[in-house]
Design a protein around this ligand. Structure first.
Ligand code: T4K
Length: 373
C-alpha cells in the first residue's frame, strides 16, 4: 500500500532566488525611481541573457505570447503560416491575433515536433512563413525546415518557449531561423515571473522589434508604425537577474531527477521517454512520458486520474490539440485524418512533476505509484 502525498505535488514550481537577493535588488529599483521603460535592470538583463544564450540581437518582451505576436508583425507576414497543432494555445493564437491563418502540419512521432517532411505539401501561394515549436525543448529538424524555407522564400520563426539554453552541437537554438521566441513565464526553467524575449539574425530587425514593443515610437516626436506594449518592467528584469544566477544549479538538479525517473520507469512495458540526441544540450524544461495503453494496461487519462488520487498533479500537455479547438476545428488543415500522428500522440503524453526541489524520494514514490498501476 502506497500512502498519498501529504501536500500536493505539482508538475512544476517556479525557480525562486533567495528572497534577500531579490529585495536588495528591488531596493536599488526603488531608489532609482525608474520602474519600467528600458530601465537599468532591463539593460543589464538583456546583455547577460545575450551572453548566456550565446546569441546576438536579443530583445526583452513582457511575455512570450506578445513576443510571438511582435515577431510575426516584424517580419511583415501575410496570408498563411504553417505551424504545429501540438503546442500551447499561444502559438496558433499569435498567428490568428495578427490576422494570419494558421495551417496545421502533422508532427513527427518521435520528436513530437512539426514533421518537416510534410511541410512542403501545405505550401500555397498564400504561405509566408513557418512557425515551428521546439516542443518540450527538443529541437526541430532545423536544417530541413530552413532548406524548405529558402527554396520557397518563406520566413522561419521558432517558438523556443521550452528551449532556454538548448544547443545543437554547441550552437544555441536561438541562432536558427529568422527569429526565436523565448518564454520566461514562472513555469519555465528561467523565469522573470512573466516575460519573454525575441532573438533575431540582424540588427535592423532588432530595431524594428524595439519599436514594435514600444507603440511604434521611433523618437520623441515620431510614431512610425502600429506598435503594441511589449515592454518588460524593472521588477521582472530584477527577478530575471537573480534567477539567472540559479539556473545552472537548477539544470543540474533536474538532470539528476531525470536520471532517477529513467532508472525507475525505463523498463516498464508501455512507457517510453522522448528520445534524446547526444548532440543536443537539453533545456531540462519538462519530463515527459508516453503511455501506450495496450502495453501498459491503463490509458494516459487513467494514469493521470490515478496520480491525482495520490495528490500528484501531472499535466496532459498539450491536450486538447490546437487544431481541435472550436476556433480552429473548421480549418481545412485541422482534419483529423491529416493530423493522424498528432491526434494519436496527444492521448499518450503525460508531463510528470519536474523541478529542482523535487526530492529523489518523491520521484521514486511517483514512479512506484505508476509501476503499481
Ligand atoms: N509557446 C509555447 C510552446 C508555450 O508553452 C507557451 C507557454 C507560450 C508559447 C507562451 O509563453 P507565455 O506568454 O506564457 O510567456 C503554463 C504557462 O502559463 C505557460 O507559460 C506555458 N507555456 C504552459 C505550457 O504552461 P498552465 O495553464 O499549465 O499554468 P498553471 O497555472 O496551471 O501552472 C502549472 C503548474 O505550475 C501549477 O500546477 C503549479 C505550478 N505553478 C504555477 C504558477 C503560475 C506554481 O507553482 N507557481 C506559479 O506561480 O500554463
Amino acid at each position: 500500500m502506497i500512502e498519498n502525498f501529504e501536500k500536493p505535488i505539482y508538475v512544476t514550481r517556479p525557480l525562486l532566488p533567495p528572497l534577500e537577493n531579490f529585495t536588495n535588488r528591488i531596493e536599488d529599483v526603488w531608489k532609482s525611481q525608474w520602474i519600467t521603460n528600458n530601465g537599468q535592470q532591463h539593460q543589464i538583463l538583456e546583455k547577460k541573457l545575450q551572453n548566456y544564450l550565446k546569441v546576438n540581437n536579443l530583445s526583452l518582451i513582457n511575455n512570450g505570447t506578445i513576443a510571438l505576436q511582435i515577431a510575426l508583425k516584424a517580419l511583415d507576414l501575410k496570408g498563411e503560416v504553417i505551424t504545429t497543432p501540438f503546442t500551447f494555445a499561444a502559438t496558433p493564437h499569435a498567428i490568428s491575433w495578427n490576422g494570419l491563418k494558421p495551417v496545421f502540419c502533422d508532427i513527427d512521432s518521435e520528436t513530437l515536433n512539426i514533421d518537416a517532411n510534410k511541410i512542403e505539401d501545405l505550401i500555397t501561394e498564400e504561405t509566408s512563413a513557418i512557425l515551428a515549436v521546439h516542443v518540450f525543448g527538443t529541437p526541430c529538424d532545423v536544417e530541413k525546415i530552413e532548406k524548405i524555407a529558402e527554396k520557397h522564400d518563406l520566413k522561419v520563426i521558432y517558438d523556443g518557449a521550452h528551449a532556454f539554453g538548448t544547443e545543437i552541437d554547441g550552437t544555441s537554438i536561438g541562432n536558427y531561423g529568422d527569429m526565436t521566441m523565448y518564454s520566461f513565464h514562472a513555469t519555465k526553467l528561467f523565469n522573470t515571473i512573466e516575460g519573454g524575449a525575441l532573438v533575431c539574425n540582424n540588427i535592423k530587425l532588432k530595431e524594428k522589434i524595439e519599436r514594435l514593443k514600444n507603440f511604434g515610437i521611433k523618437s520623441k516626436e515620431e510614431v512610425v508604425e502600429v506598435g503594441t506594449n511589449g515592454k518588460m518592467n524593472e521588477f521582472q528584469a530584477a527577478m530575471g537577474l537573480e534567477v539567472l544566477k540559479e539556473v545552472e544549479k537548477e539544470r543540474k538538479k533536474r538532470k539528476i531527477i531525470k536520471d532517477v525517473y529513467y532508472n525507475e520507469l525505463d523498463y516498464i512495458d508501455g512507457i517510453t521517454f522522448i528520445p534524446e540526441n547526444e548532440k543536443v544540450k537539453s533545456s531540462q524544461q519538462y519530463l515527459v512520458i508516453r503511455i501506450n495503453k495496450e502495453n501498459f494496461g491503463l490509458s494516459r487519462d487513467e494514469v493521470y486520474e490515478k496520480l491525482k488520487e495520490y495528490n500528484v498533479f501531472s499535466r496532459k500537455y498539450f491536450y486538447p490539440l490546437c487544431s481541435n479547438y472550436p476556433c480552429y476545428s473548421d480549418l481545412k488543415s485541422s482534419k483529423k485524418r491529416k493530423l493522424a500522428v498528432a491526434n494519436r500522440v496527444v492521448n499518450e503524453v503525460l508531463s510528470l512533476p519536474f523541478y529542482g526541489d523535487l526530492g529523489k524520494i518523491e520521484v521514486k514514490k511517483i514512479s512506484k505509484i505508476i509501476r503499481s498501476l
